[in-house]
Write a protein that binds this ligand. Structure first.
Ligand SMILES: Cc1cc2nc3c(=O)[nH]c(=O)nc-3n(C[C@H](O)[C@H](O)[C@H](O)COP(=O)(O)OP(=O)(O)OC[C@H]3O[C@@H](n4cnc5c(N)ncnc54)[C@H](O)[C@@H]3O)c2cc1C
Length: 439
């Protein structure tokens, strides 16, 4: 292989490190994926180096697995069949910002893009709670939900991903520039349909965001408040997570202000929305116990923005102290949302520690949930998932590593298999992750 001039390594210790993500959240994936490793790691600086690497891999029939911040939870960037781990983190520059559209290199960290946009009066609309470590290419290819989702939905909503540049494994490999619906086949396909080199997303005018913590004596009151807040169209907001009383003690920076036995709502709201939020919290029996400048908090490495207690950070905060838990991803129904949440809580009072997040899907508001689960056996975990489904919740199973089995309600529409056949006829991009594809 001619890798002259391209940063790369075959050091086994480095390869092991670069072949992992956060799959170990799941005891099932941990059993399946521990020990998998690439044969080669390379970090290209530009599209030309990406294409050179892809030409070499095509000639050698070597698998290629893209890697951004490696914060994925389902082993998305674990190379199942060895090969090259193609690390995008040196391609991290913002490219342009025109009329509220940001174009950036795929390996840029989302926090850096947000700060860059803020200096120009704009901000990202949507980000994962791993904003401070995840890349924008990894968010498109492997994530897609999170903070901002209660106003803008997920990345699967038309308009949230405007376009990409993507490198293929055709003969010869080339760069495609695709936009709108045409870009759907690279949206949440775990890098099986090409290496994204640039991403174009719409921005929103920058706002002064406040992080607010509100406590409630009872979980149903917190949940009712959260859903009413989500429906309050006059209040500009980005996030509202709700946690049952077992979870706040794990949130180091704010545990002390949450009275024992109380449930918690964590909210991101504009400064202009604070008055209405205060009134709404009081109406539901809530009491504000902490407040901070959300933008300043995320710029300070010593501080914790409240979104790092929310979304899939909740599970991490617990795992830091208790390795006997895991989690689920689900979405409660649009009608009877709170009844469904309560049905699950009643069914599994000890094993399920409820954590919900308000979201929009196709213009409708509901709660998704990433509850923390006390793990005993894989059979019991499957039974708990079935219990959620019986209560009307949809599951996006985080204990499997293929797109088809794991995406559930988060699947992006579009002909991903047809596109895969076209751009990767040999099946070298992240093999084993797209179940429906055979080379
Ligand atoms: C504590 C914690 C909290 C999280 N919270 C959220 C959340 O709120 N919302 C959410 O959606 N996810 C969440 N996640 C999952 C993950 O952090 C996000 O999805 C994140 O956006 C992934 O970005 P990354 O750069 O780390 O991608 P990686 O993990 O590096 O990659 C993810 C997938 O995308 C592929 N990929 C990466 N870059 C490219 C590229 N340039 N071209 C093609 N394919 C590529 C990889 O091969 C892999 O399949 C969380 C994870 C953790 C550990």
């Amino acid at each position: 292989m001619d890798l002259e001039g391209i940063e790369h390594s075959r050091d086994p210790a480095l390869l092991r490190q670069k072949s992992r993500d956060f799959y170990w959240y799941s005891p099932v994936l941990k059993r399946q994926l521990d020990g998998k490793s690439a044969e080669l790691w390379a970090r290209p600086r530009d599209e030309e180096e990406v294409l050179r690497l892809l030409r070499e891999c095509r000639a050698a029939r070597m698998p290629v697995t893209a890697r951004g911040g490696a914060t994925g939870n389902y082993g998305q960037c674990v190379p199942l069949e060895g090969g090259l781990v193609l690390d995008l983190t040196a391609m991290a520059a913002p490219v342009s910002l025109t009329d509220g559209v940001l174009e950036a290199e795929a390996g840029a960290k989302m926090i850096d893009l947000d700060l860059w946009a803020r200096e120009r009066g704009w901000e990202l609309r949507l980000w994962p709670s791993t904003k401070r470590t995840a890349t924008i290419g990894g968010f498109v290819a492997g994530g897609g939900a999170g903070v901002g989702g209660m106003s803008h939905g997920t990345m699967r909503e038309r308009g949230n991903l405007l376009g990409v540049r993507v490198a293929t494994l055709e003969d010869p490999p080339r760069i495609l520039d695709i936009e709108g619906d045409e870009a759907n086949p690279v949206n949440r396909t775990y890098g099986t349909t090409g290496i994204i080199t640039r991403v174009r997303v719409p921005l929103a005018p920058a706002q002064a965001w406040r992080d607010v913590a509100i406590v409630f004596e009872k979980f149903p009151d917190a949940a009712r408040f959260a859903l009413s807040f989500a429906f309050a169209d006059g209040i500009a907001k980005k996030m509202c997570g709700v946690f049952d009383s077992r979870l706040p003690p794990f949130f180091r920076g704010i545990a002390d202000v949450v009275p024992e036995g109380h449930s918690l709502a964590l909210v991101m709201v504009t400064a202009a929305g604070m008055l209405a939020l205060r009134e709404m919290a009081a109406e539901h029996g809530g009491r504000i116990v902490a407040e901070q400048d959300a933008v300043a908090a995320e710029r300070d490495p010593a501080a914790t923005p409240f979104y790092e207690y929310c979304w899939n950070h909740t599970t991490l905060q617990v795992l830091k102290k208790d390795r006997g838990v895991t989690y689920l991803q689900c979405r409660f129904p649009f009608e009877g949302t709170l009844e469904s949440v309560e049905a699950v809580r009643a069914k599994f009072p000890d094993e399920v520690w409820m954590h919900t997040e308000c979201v929009r899907f196709g213009g409708r508001i509901t709660m998704s949930a990433l509850p923390v689960i006390r793990f005993t056996t894989e059979e019991r975990l499957a039974a708990i998932m079935a219990g959620f489904e019986e209560a009307g919740a949809g599951i996006a199973n985080p204990h499997v590593f293929t797109i088809e089995e794991g995406s559930g309600y988060r699947r992006v529409p579009g002909d991903q298999l047809g596109f895969k056949r076209r751009v990767d006829p040999l099946g070298l991009f992240n093999p084993g992750k797209m179940l429906s594809f055979t080379p």
